[in-house]
Design a protein around this ligand. Structure first.
Ligand code: ARG
Length: 447
């Protein structure tokens, strides 16, 4: 039976029904739908709109539906168009007359809005805590690798030496911003639309603030038309998740490079790698690749909802039913990505020697060698040229600046002394970079 059958004579076309229905995906909101209804009837009884007996009968009926859905002893009835119709229909079939009063002073428009907000609020909290867990894992690695030297890159060309801790600290900073963004989004999300009715409120004497408080919202939403047609909180969440995934995707790209034979900086654990069906030697970083790959899909959901909303007149339009699948899919993919990333990082093996060797071979200390000469009174531009010449010699000989003899140095410039070797060691190059946010300062901070 349809909630709205009264004014209709004919039946819905079968394809129109399946095009229109949302129960196949909004069934996951059953808990929020029941939570919202429980608060609504409690408020209705407090206001004298329902009797206490009616309230208790409805509440008991709703809780029984929830328990049986959870136990798997009650099945979703696919002839119902959405989760709201299914629960109200089941309730009325089971408890009779009182069930028909549940929808007093309410519309599915404010109902679906409150369900989605309760759902996204819970998921936002979970995503925040999963992100914080990933930050914890990164911080542990930073402590462990405060003096693991590696090349820092610009243009993917070796630039100056850094530490693994410093490199990881960049991702820590990004993820901290993600947590801050999600926390901010949650704040704006936490206003209760229930009681806005279809669009224009209701003539019943509802206590909207009471309902809001029962559901853990900071307050009731202001404008009833906005209340039922606002999807900003979903857009904000998807935008936060897009940025978060963009960060994880960049990190993935580096993990994939570092894990390659050419770099050999890290080796991912078997638990987070897969093999090839044809090439027996292969161990592929599929998890990192999929995190990178799925990022596009999250952006897609953000674009979809932005586009869905852009031309909608006030207030509710059925287009808005399209707010759910993308949000659900984004949440369903971001959560495991965060969990897997933490596991992948905490189990990877770091090849410190390979990292240090790569930093040495790439002349990442060339700037420091030039600075050495500057400190000995040579103008920087001349120093740049002298070190450039020495780098060329190294390239010809296939060695690093530390392998050149004192004669080589003296021949290039008489200002060089024995202490040049210490001045351009990776340890010195890094630990002397003490400006705020630099790798040397981080070594001090992690001590
Ligand atoms: N399934 C609908 C949705 O997700 C519920 C709201 C329906 N409201 C309406 N006026 N038809 O948006």
């Amino acid at each position: 039976m349809k909630l709205w059958g009264g004014r209709f004579k004919g039946n819905t076309d079968e394809l129109a029904f399946s095009f229109n229905e949302s129960l196949s995906f909004d069934r996951r909101l059953y808990r929020q739908d029941i939570e919202g209804s429980l608060a609504h009837v409690k408020m209705l009884a407090k206001q004298g709109i329902l009797t206490e007996e009616e309230r208790d009968r409805i509440a008991a009926g709703l809780l029984s539906i929830r328990d049986r859905l959870e136990a798997g002893t009650l099945q979703f009835d696919d002839s119902q168009e959405d989760i709201h119709s299914f629960i109200e229909g089941t309730l009325t079939a089971e408890i009779g007359e009182a069930g028909k009063k549940l929808h007093t002073g309410r519309s599915r428009n404010d109902q679906v809005a409150v369900d989605m907000k309760l759902y996204t609020r819970g998921e936002t909290d979970e995503i925040i805590s999963l992100t914080e867990n990933l930050i914890r894992v990164i911080r542990e690695l930073m402590h462990e690798h405060k003096e693991t030297f590696m090349p820092g890159f610009t243009h993917l060309q070796k630039a100056q030496p850094v530490t693994l801790a410093h490199h990881l600290g960049a991702y820590e900073a990004m993820l901290l911003r993600d947590v801050s963004r999600l926390t901010d989004t949650r704040k704006r999300m936490n206003e209760c639309p229930l009681g806005a009715g279809a669009l224009a409120g209701t003539t019943y004497d509802l206590d909207r603030e009471y309902t809001a408080a029962l559901l853990g919202f900071d307050k009731a939403t202001e404008n009833s038309m906005d209340s039922v047609s606002d999807r900003d909180y979903i857009i904000e969440l998807l935008s936060d998740l897009s940025i978060l995934m963009m960060h994880l995707s960049r990190f993935s790209e580096e993990i994939i490079l570092w894990n390659s034979n050419e770099y050999g900086f890290i080796e991912l654990d078997d638990a987070y790698s897969t093999g090839s069906s044809i090439m027996p030697q292969k161990k592929n970083p599929d998890i990192a690749e999929l995190v990178r790959g799925k990022t596009g899909r999250i952006y897609g959901h953000l674009m979809q909802i932005l586009t869905t909303m852009k031309g909608l007149p006030l207030a509710y339009n059925k287009d808005m039913q399209e707010d759910k699948e993308g949000a659900f899919d984004a949440i369903d993919n971001v959560k495991p990505a965060l969990i897997l990333f933490a596991g992948m990082l905490s189990t990877m093996r770091v090849n410190k020697e390979a990292m240090a060797k790569s930093a040495m071979n790439g002349f990442t200390n060339a700037t420091d060698a030039a600075d050495y000469l500057v400190n000995h009174g040579i103008p920087f531009r001349d120093a740049h040229g002298i070190i450039g010449g020495l780098v060329l010699t190294c390239i010809e000989r296939g060695c690093s600046l530390l392998d050149l003899s004192m004669e080589d140095y003296k021949a290039a410039c008489s200002a060089f002394e024995e202490d040049i070797y210490d001045a351009i060691s990776l340890k010195t190059c890094v630990s002397k970079r003490l400006t705020k946010g630099a790798p040397g300062e981080l070594i001090e901070r992690l001590k």
